[in-house]
Design a protein around this ligand. Structure first.
Ligand SMILES: Cc1cc2nc3c(=O)[nH]c(=O)nc-3n(C[C@H](O)[C@H](O)[C@H](O)COP(=O)(O)O)c2cc1C
Length: 209
């Protein structure tokens, strides 16, 4: 039995491009894994607090020495990390907001990048502990930031997610970027026409396997 963790970060609900793509991915994954499990984590409704001093102190305190308040401070982080550990595969739909990921997604990352849990220090430096997991990132942006374009240096979404998940040991990553969604917003391109090549890219991923 395998488990897929489905994460979404767009606040736009039904209108969201990244949510459409991640939903399609989940639908295809379920067709390919009819008996397997999907965990859903919606970052817009998860009410994740910023890490504070108690959280940081707790993370660096050995588990057996933590006070009740420290355990409480790490409770949500424990839940979010357990989802990552349980799942074999992740699909993460996210918009670009102001050249980076939405703040809700950053709050989640701050909770899941945790010493002794998702990474450890070794003599040769930090080692990620989510090894063997596969992650697909479905990114939507108003503009186009692909390699070689004038806006490419402004993309802090794909390089950031690649760095964070690589740091955590997730080495099998796939990025599908729906750039140019502003044309849908302005009515220059209809939504179905815009989505078609990205839908086809997702469908092709499942035909390969
Ligand atoms: C608050 C906010 C900030 C945005 N910032 C950017 C940006 O920096 N660059 C860009 O290309 N598009 C930006 N956009 C446009 C979105 O990336 C685009 O609408 C995309 O489709 C959002 O993904 P979603 O439809 O899944 O929410 C922004 C949109 C919002 C609402």
């Amino acid at each position: 039995m395998s488990t897929l963790l489905h994460i979404d970060a767009s606040p736009l609900g039904e209108a969201s491009i990244s949510r459409h793509l991640s939903a399609l991915f989940v639908q295809k994954w379920q067709q390919a894994h009819p008996d397997d499990k999907v965990i859903t984590r919606d970052l817009t409704t998860s009410e994740i607090q910023p890490v504070d001093g108690i959280w940081v102190g707790a993370a660096y305190t050995p588990e057996e020495s933590r006070t009740a308040a420290q355990k409480e401070a790490l409770a949500l982080s424990d839940t979010l990390i357990a989802e990552l550990e349980t799942a074999d595969e992740y699909v993460f739909g996210t918009p670009m907001h102001n050249f980076g990921i939405p703040s809700t997604a950053k709050l989640w990352i701050d909770q899941i990048v945790r010493v002794g849990r998702t990474f450890s220090y070794s003599e040769s430096g930090p080692v990620g502990r989510l090894m063997g997991k596969k992650a697909t990132f479905l990114i939507a942006s108003g503009g186009v930031y692909s390699k070689g374009t004038p806006m490419a240096p402004y993309d802090f979404v794909e390089p950031y997610l690649r760095a964070v998940f690589g740091f955590l040991g997730v080495d099998k990553t796939d990025f599908i970027v729906a750039g140019g969604a502003a044309a849908v917003m302005s009515g220059k391109v209809d939504r179905a026409t815009f989505l078609k090549p990205f839908d086809e890219t997702i469908e092709a991923r499942f035909k390969q396997t």
